[in-house]
Write a protein that binds this ligand. Structure first.
Ligand code: SF4
Length: 403
């Protein structure tokens, strides 16, 4: 399994697979072929169908501008015959319009890319010698280690500093989101709502309602920042970036957890995320929103269970419950924008993490389904899903709601 560094990335929204991945692909291509006269970037499949709403073209043209290079974007909307639903091809031409070279990239989710069949991984090798969560648990039991111990053992010294930066970035995105008003970019003309939720009058609310409203506000804040192309952390993706920060910050403020304790919770959540990446998918284009918001909810539930001193089995069950009840969740962003249903969904999924932990606290001893079972089910369900529901904006809400 890969390092948590590849899971949690700081980047620009609104989509890790549609902005961060393509940016990484173009930067990689330019570094190999920096002197071309013209760069043609062809987007295929989901990247073409939702690329405009996800600001893929804007992000790529910005990269070309930053390097003072000429080029343009071509959209190829044909869904058939693609090896991967998020494909882009970059071709370099000389001044006589003759092709110099080209490369094909798959944007596989969370900002990660595969170039001509090989995953580009700056840290080279996987750091965890595990195939699934059962292996992780067995390793913990045999050596009497916690999940945090496992991360510390295999990641090394750098992980605490890195995850501290990740948590600071998460908190900054919440703060910016709560303090920004106005409209989100794009044709939907959606107003930002995080501040409205945060500042709502409290008089008629129960304490439970207040708690949920504040979690909603934090999730909206990050998701609205993401929708505006702001800086967020993939957790595990940009589209689902509001769920884990909202749960962690609320829990920290409610129970006075230190930043170090929250960093440890990020480690536990991260192990869930990399297990899903290894055995399933975190890409809406590959497996629908169950792979993004469903996985984010599972990560948040695991982190919350850890902070509440639940056992290893209870942490696993919390993550399993959270993912199980997002099975089949489709990706159908209206107009191709990561706004409807994405922003509201982040808020709802954040509070579901608390429900999953409550169930795990009381019912773990009687469970029948493992986390590995549900990851396999999620991936198989995603593969069976009609492509209209996998980040193409051809079905579901995207079809019914006209913009
Ligand atoms: S519906 Fe879910 S998977 Fe699709 S763009 Fe929105 S957040 Fe991402």
């Amino acid at each position: 399994m890969e390092s948590l560094i590849h899971l949690y990335k700081i980047g620009r929204g609104p989509s890790s697979s549609h902005t961060m991945g393509p940016i990484a692909a173009l930067e990689t291509f330019i570094s190999k072929c920096p002197d071309a006269n013209y760069y043609e970037i062809t987007l295929y499949g989901s990247l073409a169908l939702t690329g405009e709403g996800h600001l893929t073209n804007v992000a790529l043209l910005d990269v070309l501008n930053e390097h003072n290079l000429n080029g343009d974007i071509v959209f190829n909307y044909d869904l058939f015959g693609l090896t991967h639903p998020n494909t882009l091809k970059i071709t370099a031409f000389d001044e006589d319009k003759m092709e110099i070279t080209s490369s094909t990239y798959f944007s596989i989710g969370g900002g990660n890319i595969i170039e001509d069949g090989i995953e580009l991984n700056p840290l080279e090798d996987d750091v965890y010698p595990f195939e699934n969560f059962e292996h992780i648990k067995q390793y913990c039991r045999d050596r009497k280690l916690s999940l945090v111990d496992v991360v510390n053992k295999f990641e090394g010294e750098y992980i605490n500093e890195y995850l501290s930066l990740i948590y600071q970035t998460m908190k900054q995105s919440i703060e910016r989101g709560l303090n920004t008003s106005g409209y989100l970019p794009g044709r939907l003309q959606l107003q930002r709502k995080a501040a409205t939720l945060y500042n709502a009058p409290k008089c008629k609310e129960s304490s439970l309602e207040t708690k949920r409203r504040l979690i909603f506000a934090c999730a909206y804040a990050v998701a609205e920042e993401n929708a505006s192309g702001g800086e967020v952390v993939t957790a595990p993706t940009c589209g689902s970036a509001g769920i884990l920060p909202a749960v962690l910050l609320h829990e920290q403020l409610s129970n006075n957890f230190s930043d170090e304790q929250i960093v440890d919770a990020l480690k536990v959540a991260g192990l869930i995320g990399v297990t899903v990446k290894q055995n399933g998918s975190i890409s809406g284009a590959e497996a629908g929103c169950q792979a993004e918001c469903g996985v984010a909810c599972a990560m948040a539930a695991a982190a919350l269970a850890y902070l509440n001193d639940l056992s290893l089995d209870e942490i696993e069950y919390a993550a399993e419950v959270a993912l199980e009840h997002h099975l089949g969740l489709t990706c159908d962003p209206v107009g191709g924008y990561v706004q409807i249903p994405c922003i509201e969904r982040n808020a709802v999924c954040a509070t579901r993490a608390f429900d999953a932990v409550l169930i795990a606290r009381h019912l773990t001893s009687n469970r029948r389904v493992s986390l590995d079972d549900i990851i396999a089910t999620m991936y198989a369900t995603g593969q069976d899903m009609n492509p209209h529901y996998r980040e193409t904006s051809l079905g579901g809400m995207a079809k019914v709601i006209k913009v």
